[in-house]
Design a protein. Structure first.
Length: 463
């Protein structure tokens, strides 16, 4: 067998396994964190306004257990919903694993009680897939909940691909509810080598084979996988996937909606990693030229110009108030954040790095998941200094845990870290304790960063 044939066989086999994993799980093992990740990915993939997990309390009512929603639509998380029509109309259908799709709630055969319920939360079209408890092991699976996509801005004709996506994600959620990773047939690390992911040890312990490792960073450690493609000479992992497409893995067709979305997603990843192509290498430019024949400029522009939520604006305000600027570094600890608002941390870092005479920004906070009773310090680094390697900087600043796993890492011009609060977790209802805990972590993180930035003169606070 030739080298080219071996490469093709390995890649096709690994991607076949990757396609069986409908859920992107990264960095956390907390159940609700995994669910939140799944909803956010699904909403972006479907380009819809809201995706929720509705968990049953009885045959007629339930609660919105998890949610990803666009900022312009009202959140429903935590709402307890009573549906008098559900038991008679939908229970049997969903218990058998069937989906339902409504393209226009006012033009279909919905009962008045269902229309009234959906109107209250501004839904014009929806797509529903059941989540069954132990649906793969039992002859009579129990209906645990529903995965629901809401189109709020207008009616929508759902495509067969949309239904397939929802079914695959719902099936995956059935497996992660038990946190039993052994049900997965494969795992893929993309734009990551598993060295900074706290889930890696659980994947390996469960015996899940690693199908592929695809990354544009230098080799970070031993990783046994069927297919490994590391290319540190280029700036974006999206470039690698674009080259796979150009080599014949899939022939893109500009008339196929899924192909357009795929090209647009790759173009977004390429632009993000290369800072709008300003740091692109030759391979990245060639990949962008290829994708430009298939991507949707309007869709990409809508993603790039997404509005900032109130929580992001609050995080930016706090980072401006509490930042320390030294040797062109801006460092800001912003206190406590809810887990749902953690994405505001990298956005605040993106904002701080635009300040005059600042080339690198680090923003961090203590993030609390009250349902799982987990606290972790999450931080993001952004830089436009070409000679600063975020991966080396973060690893040197914070080091490794007892298992030899780094607390963080990075890529070109961006990095991040997560440090468990551990024994000091909780107790935040006591304001004095919460304040003292924050001061300890804030001082320690600043000290470690300033030791690298200016080891001879490193004031802990500069308010």
């Amino acid at each position: 067998m030739s080298t080219k044939q071996t490469f093709s066989w390995s890649l096709e086999k690994s991607l076949e396994k990757v396609s069986e994993i409908a859920l992107k799980i990264n960095e956390f093992v907390a159940l609700e964190t995994i669910l939140q990740c799944a909803l956010e990915e699904t909403r972006l993939l479907l380009q819809t306004d809201r995706v929720i997990i509705y968990r049953f309390l009885s045959h007629r009512d339930g609660v919105v257990f998890a949610e990803s929603v666009d900022a312009q639509w009202p959140p429903t998380l935590g709402k307890q919903i009573y549906d008098p029509c559900f038991e008679a109309t939908w229970v049997d259908r969903y218990s058998q694993g069937q989906t339902s799709s409504i393209s226009d709630i006012h033009a279909g055969d919905l009962q008045a009680c269902d229309v009234e319920l959906l109107d209250r939360i501004q839904v014009q079209a929806n797509l529903v897939a059941p989540i069954l408890l132990d649906g793969q092991q039992q002859q009579s699976p129990k209906l645990w909940g529903l995965l629901i996509a809401h189109q709020c801005r207008s009616p929508r004709q759902w495509e067969p691909l949309d239904v397939e996506i929802m079914q695959q994600v719902a099936w995956t959620l059935e497996t992660v509810k038990t946190k039993d990773l052994s049900v997965f047939q494969g795992c893929a690390f993309i734009d990551n080598q598993g060295t900074t992911c706290s889930l890696t040890e659980f994947i390996l312990a469960a015996g899940v084979p690693i199908a592929s490792v695809i990354d544009h960073h230098n080799l970070q450690g031993e990783m046994k996988a069927e297919f490994i493609d590391l290319r540190p000479q280029i700036r974006a992992t999206a470039t690698i996937f674009a080259e796979y497409l150009q080599a014949g893995l899939l022939t893109l067709d500009a008339s196929v909606s899924l192909h357009i979305k795929c090209a647009t997603a790759l173009m977004h990843g390429l632009r993000s990693d290369t800072i709008a192509l300003r740091q692109a290498q030759e391979e990245d430019f060639l990949a962008a030229a290829y994708l430009s024949r298939f991507y949707d400029p309007q869709l990409l522009n809508a993603v790039l110009q997404s509005s900032r939520s109130k929580w992001v604006m609050d995080a930016i305000e706090r980072s401006l108030k509490h930042r320390t600027v030294q040797n062109n570094f801006s460092i800001a600890g912003i206190g406590y954040l809810r887990y749902d608002d953690r994405d505001s941390i990298p956005q605040a870092a993106d904002f701080l790095v635009t300040e005059e005479n600042v080339h690198t920004a680090v923003v961090y906070a203590i993030v609390h998941d009250k349902d799982e009773e987990i606290e972790v310090v999450i931080g993001s680094l952004r830089t436009n200094k070409l000679t600063l390697d975020p991966d080396e900087f973060i690893k040197e600043a914070f080091g490794q845990d007892a298992q030899g796993r780094f607390f963080g890492g990075g890529r070109s011009q961006a990095g991040g870290f997560e440090i468990p609060v551990g024994f000091l977790s909780g107790g935040n209802e006591k304001s004095d304790y919460a304040r003292l805990k924050w001061e300890v972590f804030d001082a320690q993180i600043k000290q470690k960063l300033l030791n690298l930035i200016s080891p001879k003169d490193n004031p802990v606070y500069d308010h």
